[in-house]
Write a protein that binds this ligand. Structure first.
Ligand code: GLU
Length: 304
């Protein structure tokens, strides 16, 4: 397959969509990013890599971080996690409060904000220095020691994180946070504020395309069954309340973030990541979703 040619064509074809959609204005530091940026990368399980446009430019990964903290938490506590968080799509916006209240402090899944707070709480309980351990893990699986937190984005999230404070306080009131709200949220705002490029994300998520093993180093990151479970959570919960539409249009397990990134996994074949900051009304990258739709249609990259 001529992956480079596919990426080049897709970058041309989505051009009319660039500049459309809204950047995430509720986080000041993200509101300043021009919404006409576009990058894409592919990494096959043979280790071949391809990029187009801004595919090597770091951006704010935001909720994509939930994938990596979930992987760490599952490695630490395994199935005990499911006592505290569900595995169903939420059908609600990523930062919705009503469902959490109605369901008595058990978030629907680990890939919406409240679920991610619980996951982050597990890391805070298990790691001596969770902030250091999260970045170490991500640097390791991405093979890039330069990946780091963006302090300005983290501070900006804290300054406007009213809904996250509300969610975490709800969780605490229902007894579903072990640590202090402030400690959990500080860690959460930092994990969201990690900067990575599409290529970094393709490398970091490669183990999910290869039964839990990094295809290049051969290192096992998670057991095979766990990789399958993480992929199914991405498929059913990875794109907020637009997850059904994304499965319909693309048909790959994926995780999006309000920074405009989407990482998708084609098990047994490759990882593909796209970045374009203009978001649709569900908070998913507008041009990015279109790019992945074209990619799946033209290359046959779908699990269905
Ligand atoms: N930091 C963002 C928030 O918690 C992440 C949301 C996202 O990317 O979906 O609101």
């Amino acid at each position: 397959m001529d992956w480079q040619n596919h990426l080049d064509r897709i970058a041309r074809d989505v051009r009319p969509k660039l500049g459309r959609g809204q950047v995430a204005t509720y986080i000041d530091a993200l509101a300043r990013i021009p919404n006409d940026r576009f990058g894409m990368a592919v990494r096959t399980i043979d280790g071949a890599e391809f990029t187009v446009g801004d595919g090597e430019v770091p951006f704010s990964i935001q909720s994509i971080s939930k994938l990596f903290t979930l992987t760490m938490a599952m490695n630490f506590i395994g199935d005990r996690l499911w006592k505290r968080v569900g595995r169903e799509p939420s059908g609600n916006p990523f930062n919705s409060l009503v469902q959490l209240e109605r369901e008595e402090g058990i978030p629907r899944n680990p890939l919406i904000n409240a679920g991610a707070h619980v996951v982050t709480d597990c890391l805070a309980a298990h790691c001596r220095n969770p902030q250091r351990d999260i970045i170490r893990f991500i640097r390791h699986i991405a093979g890039n020691q330069l990946i780091d937190y963006d302090g300005e984005v983290a501070a900006s999230e804290r300054a406007t994180g009213y809904r996250n404070f509300a969610l975490a306080n709800f969780l605490k009131s229902f007894g579903n946070l072990e640590n202090d709200v402030d400690k959990v949220l500080d860690l959460y705002f930092h994990q969201c504020a990690i900067s990575m490029s599409c290529l970094d994300l393709c490398r970091a998520a490669s183990f999910l395309a290869n039964n839990g093993v990094d295809p290049v180093s051969g290192e096992r990151i998670v057991p095979k069954a766990r990789a399958r479970r993480i992929n199914s959570l991405m498929l059913t919960c990875g794109l907020y309340d637009a997850v059904g539409n994304f499965a319909f249009r693309v048909g790959l397990p994926a995780k999006s973030g309000v920074g405009g990134g989407i990482i998708a996994v084609w098990p047994g074949h490759l990882t593909v990541c796209v970045w374009s900051p203009g978001l649709d009304k569900s908070g998913n990258s507008l041009a990015g979703t279109r790019a992945l739709e074209l990619f799946a249609r033209r290359t046959g990259a779908t699990i269905f």
